[in-house]
Each structure stands twice: as structure tokens, then as C-alpha cells.
Ligand binder design. Sequence first.
Ligand SMILES: [Zn+2]
Length: 372
Amino acid sequence: MTILQDFLKDLEELVNFDSGTRNSAGTTRAAEIMKRHYESIGFTAELVDLGPDCGKALRATNKPGAKHFDIMLNAHLDTVFPDGEAAARPFTQDGKRGYGPGCVDCKSGVLSIFYGIKCARKEDIDRLAILVCCNPDEELISPWSSPWLLEQGKTADRVLICEPARANGALVRSRKGSAIYTVTFHGLSAHAGNEPEKGKNANVALCRFIDAIYTKCNDFKRGTTVNPGIITGGKIVNAIPDLATVKLDTRFWNDDDGRWIRSQIEEAAKKEWAPGVTAELKLDSWLPAMPLSDKTKALVDVVNQSAKEVGFTAEWVDAGGGSDGNHIAESGVPVVDGIGPAGAFLHTAKEYVDLATIERQVMLQAHIYSHI
Ligand SMILES: [Zn+2]
């Protein structure tokens, strides 16, 4: 059997049962299957308990006692799909593409790590301390596994995230961080016709606030963005609105810029944008940036060199969206992403994995071990 045939057989096993993030038994089953695979090549593998709300994670290594690893690899075990999806549309392939829930996001990535190790030169694997961490909750932005991933990442010199490569095969060398804020404006209601002067207009304050913060912080060149994605305010048209709320999605290429946006929002929230209206600010979430640091550039060079040996030129993108790479990069360890097989239409029934990229990405990983 070829690498691709073996891979597709193992992929079919991983795709053909439900493993949505909320299906703890399903994600744990995926971890158990990968544990079996790693044990078959002499790795030490264990299931990691991340609490009662999610399935088990998988931790596998060839150097069980090591405190420090040359490389860590990560991909996630969960999918976005509800129970019943695997039975409704089990794994199929047409010679060009493979289909099925989570086939490329991220089951192919999970498997590619194992195959990359299997296909690497034995002397490289013996020489290096390798750590594999697969988490069960990425599709919910890793609420339970991110502290664990961050801790594991701190023990490694470099990290590869095996999320799918882009549909055109491109890899990801940096990702924006993001923070979400809720700003609530409190005013005073009054009849819009009889005594409008007695009202304190929360909607007007909100509009002025948004305009100011958008003008100040939204800078496509610098890469800082503020999106007032959800606005609510008022209940009826003929009363002064006493309550208005905006949810702001903010993005940044480095955490300093993220903190700068935060300080601007904090300052703006203290101002009185309409007479008598006050604002209350809440930080809903904070995802650090995965920056293109000098250490990351060195890792990009290693990947480029390995790609050349496999016979292709690695293309790179800087992505506006986040992944587990963002959580792990917080400690300063260099992280690159998109090292899994390529595909498209993630999170939909049209999702596919591009079969032509499976062996390529596996061999890319295998060659990386020779250069670290
Ligand atoms: Zn996904």
C-alpha cells in the first residue's frame, strides 16, 4: 500500500464517527485511536483529562521523561458537526478529493502528524525530542485546552500547527490576535414628543463613541481593526432610548497594538458622548496574536528548505483569523500553522481534503525533522 492508501484508510476510521466538540465520547475516541497509532511506533501516549466539559486530549512523545522538546506538533480532534452527521455522510473520495465531516478540519491534520513522524528518517526521530498534543475543543476556541497547550508549548523550541493548508496550498506564518468588547450605554428614557429634553439619549452616545473609536483605531495599513459587529439600542421609535449596546471585534498583528486599542476603548468609554449618558465596558475575550517574530522567520526558513526537498515552493499567508497557534504563541515560542493537508469549505457539508496534498504535507513534515 502507498502512503496515501494507508492514510485514507486511517482517515476513514477517524471521520466515520461523530466527534463534535460537545461529544466528549467522540473526541475521546479520536484520542484513543491516535494513542493506538503512536504506541504502534514506540511512542509513549496518554489521554489527558481537561475537566468534565470536554473529551480527553492526547499527549504523545518519543522521550517520555523529557522536560524540553525540540518540536511540538498540534492539531485538534473535534469537529463543528452535530451527532448523526458521520452516519449521514460517511467518508468518501473520488480520486481527487476526500469528503466527510472534519475530513480536512482537522482529521487529516491529526493524521498527518503521525504519518510525518512515520515517514521521517529514523536517525532524526531518535535524535530529537518530539511532543504531539491533540486537543478536543478547538472549534469552541479551546476554552478547556488552551492553558494546557500554552504550558506544553513552553517546553518546546518550535511549534507546528497542522490545521489545513489553504485551498491553494498556502501555509500560515502569522495570525492576528483578537479581542471582543461589549460597551453598554446607560441613558434616561423620556417621551420623544412631549419632553425630549428630559431624556438622555443612549443611542446618540453610542453612535458618537463608535465613530470616534473606529476613526482612531481602524487602520488597515497597520492591521489594527475595530468592527462594531452588533449594535442594539432603544425599544420604540417615539421614546428617547435609555439603553444601547455595541459589541466590538478588534484585531491586531501584535499584542502591543492590541493593548493600544484596548486603552483607546477604555479612555473613550470614560467620556460623556451625550449629556448624562454613561458607558460600561466589558472585555469578553482576548486571543493573543501569533506574530511573525525573528524566531518565526527562522522556522519559516526551515519549512521552505524542507518544501524544496519535497519538490514544491512553500507559499505563505498572514491570516486575520485565529487558531490554537495564537494560544501557544503567547509564551514567545515560534509557531507556524497550516502544515496539514489542504482543503476548503471548512465547517460545511462541502468540506473536502485535496488528496494531492496529503503525501506532500506528510513528506514536508518528515523533512522538517532533518533541519532542526
Ligand atoms: Zn474548524
